[in-house]
Design a protein around this ligand. Structure first.
Ligand code: PLP
Length: 359
């Protein structure tokens, strides 16, 4: 197996891939692959419902929440959120933390009402704004945050309290990486392809009162209520992706749930950041200390030339995906749930060796 540090689609747990392989052709002795089955049949529906139940159970079974499976990626959620929640005279308030927050904000602008509740642009988006500086508009329908900025490598360590104003979070790149209180949120969404499974499905966890009714002047498939009322089976769901999400959720249970996964993630991130910080400036962390992500570790070296050399040498040693996003450059190691500690250990050994021979 490669040392996979891709930002997304990203590494999946080996056990999950092997289990999926074992039942790929003949699922539960039906003589069919799960992907060949009708999504209206009892076998598929049991997997679909199991995935929803497992997810809520990992989150502590919060009451009044529903899990939806929607297509179109997190990017479609950027548009669905304002389309569903911005009634006449309302705006969406956004915390501007970087590239993904900006994409979400721009869709609200198209839908007719986007407001900046706080921004870290003055810090080049290398920090999360102080929670105290976040000021939603008086006519806000919701406050939107991006819990982890995949490109810049920043992450909220705590979430704002919004009282009765719904808090909406794009958790695409850190969902289920740590324990958190779902009850603070009105709606959470995440493309599956980092911590939840393969691409093709977006998971939405929402308060039922927010999604039970949607405006009738938006297309049927873009209404949360359509997915809510039909248990995400209004049209053909991405059944194989959902099956894989269920496998990944089972694996997270086996890791000791969110607390177990969080402890492992903190060890992994700690090892990598310690190597960066202990390099005497040879490697430099990009994000501010208090805003560092435990999922996407961004760092730089003295020159772009040296970074290129590092990437090339790393690829020769079997490391995949260490190049920073094309919009910001530098280096990035995405260390999602499925990346084992051993991969980080191999990377930090490589980094130390590279420093010795190039420092
Ligand atoms: N939001 C965040 C934080 C992301 O990291 C990404 C993808 O990398 C997206 C949204 C876009 O997701 P999708 O490609 O599923 O539309």
């Amino acid at each position: 197996r490669a040392y996979n540090f891709n930002a997304g689609p990203a590494a999946l747990p080996l056990e999950v891939l092997e289990r999926a392989q074992a039942e790929f052709v003949d699922f539960r002795e039906t003589g069919m692959s799960i992907m060949e089955m009708s999504h209206r049949g009892a076998v598929y529906e049991s997997v679909h419902n199991e995935a929803q139940e497992r997810l809520l159970s990992l989150l502590g079974n919060p009451s009044g929440y529903k899990v939806l499976f929607i297509q179109g990626g997190a990017t479609t959620q950027f548009a669905m959120i304002p389309l569903n929640f911005l009634s006449e005279g309302k705006v969406g308030s956004y915390v501007m933390t970087g590239s993904w927050a900006d994409k979400a904000f721009k869709e609200a602008k198209i839908a007719g009402g986007a407001h900046v509740a706080a921004t870290s642009e003055d810090k080049k988006f290398l920090a999360i704004p102080d929670l105290g500086s976040i000021k939603p508009a008086d006519n806000a329908a919701y406050l939107h945050i991006t819990s982890n900025e995949t490109i810049e490598g920043t992450q909220y360590s705590e979430f704002p309290d919004t009282g009765s104003l719904p808090l909406i979070a794009d958790m695409s790149s850190d969902i289920l990486s740590r324990a958190f209180d779902v009850n603070k949120f009105g709606l959470i969404y995440a493309g599956a392809q980092k911590n939840l499974g393969p691409s093709g499905v977006t998971v939405v966890i929402a308060k039922e009162e927010l999604i039970a009714e949607s405006p009738s002047n938006i297309p049927t498939i873009l209404r949360y209520s359509t997915h809510y009322k039909n248990n995400s089976l209004y049209n053909t769901p991405p059944s194989y992706s959902i099956y894989m999400v269920n496998q990944v959720l089972k694996w997270i249970e086996e890791q000791g749930g969110l607390a177990g996964v969080e402890a492992k993630n903190r060890d992994k991130a700690g090892l990598l950041y310690n190597t960066i910080d202990g390099s005497g400036g040879f490697y430099r962390g990009v994000a501010e200390q208090g805003s560092r992500s435990i999922m996407n570790v961004t760092f730089r070296m003295e020159s772009e030339e040296l970074e290129k050399k590092f990437i090339k040498a790393s690829e020769q040693e079997g490391f995949v995906g260490l190049k920073g996003h094309r919009s910001v450059g530098g280096l990035r190691a995405s260390i999602y749930n499925a990346v084992p500690y051993e991969s980080i250990k191999a990377l930090t050994d490589f980094m130390s060796h590279f420093q010795k021979t190039n420092g």
